[in-house]
Design a protein. Structure first.
Length: 254
């Protein structure tokens, strides 16, 4: 990780101002996002606490589920109340920037096999071999910290642990790719968090925003597959995810 100038110097604000700006996807000026920030009192927190509060909110109060596309706005993710790696990342970045915390987008692809189980077998053909994936990088105490562990809400992750009680080490499937299923690195403790890292295939590098990435790389689906996914397939996937979560007495996305 690269060292970063002290936040207390004027150079910090100038150098990283672009990483706190709004974009069409990172629309933290939206009234729903602003209302959330105000009601939770997050602006009164330290930077460490701001990151943790936004992270925990996106991880557990925005349930794991599949939206209509990767490049939807953060406010739409908030309104949906669910998301996956890319869409939950959109919301997390918007919240962080809305709190004045610089952050950036890191793009990848992941092997489709880590989605097997979350995506039912009878529609698994729809998934690309390598699926666009991302995590959020946030400035914290002079370092870039990778945040990926927010993707799966606690109830869903607990249901997967319960489904495979004898697996303590590496696991791949059901939206998980980790070296330790029994104790994955998902809690905010001021350092990197991961839950799908072990499934990464391609590394596309760092972008200032998800808008920049999707303009260059596009999204996961196009044409007829995209149409089917938006209108039918994702609802079947979300139904399956909800059934898995209910084993941990949770609720699910519609």
């Amino acid at each position: 990780m690269n060292a970063i100038p002290d936040r207390r110097t004027g150079k910090f604000e100038d150098q990283y101002k672009h990483l706190t700006q709004k974009t069409p996807i990172l629309d933290y000026g939206n009234k729903l996002i602003q209302k959330l920030i105000v009601e939770r009192g997050w602006n009164k927190l330290t930077d460490h606490e701001k990151i943790g509060a936004a992270y925990d909110y996106v991880r557990n109060e925005i349930l794991f589920g599949y939206n209509k596309g990767d490049d939807i706005s953060a406010s739409q993710v908030l309104e949906d109340g669910y998301g996956q790696c890319n869409t939950k990342g959109n919301l997390l970045m918007a919240l962080l920037r809305g709190l004045g915390v610089p952050c950036r987008f890191h793009g990848f692809t992941i092997d489709q096999k880590l989605q097997k189980g979350a995506i039912p077998g009878y529609i698994f053909w729809l998934a690309p071999k390598y699926i666009i994936h991302s995590w959020v990088e946030v400035l914290h105490r002079g370092q870039w910290v990778n945040l990926e562990g927010f993707i799966l809400d606690k109830a869903y992750l607990n249901s997967i642990k319960a489904k495979f009680p004898d697996v303590n080490g590496s696991f791949c499937g059901f939206g998980v790719a980790t070296k330790c299923l029994s104790s994955p690195e998902v809690e905010w403790m001021g350092k990197d968090t991961y839950i799908q890292k072990e499934g990464i295939h391609d590394d596309y590098g760092v972008y200032d925003s998800p808008d920049d990435f999707y303009t260059e790389k596009g999204t996961n689906l196009s044409g007829v597959k995209k149409w089917l996914y938006e209108r039918f397939i994702r609802h079947l996937i979300n139904s399956n995810v909800s059934k898995l979560r209910k084993k941990s007495h949770g609720a699910g996305p519609g």
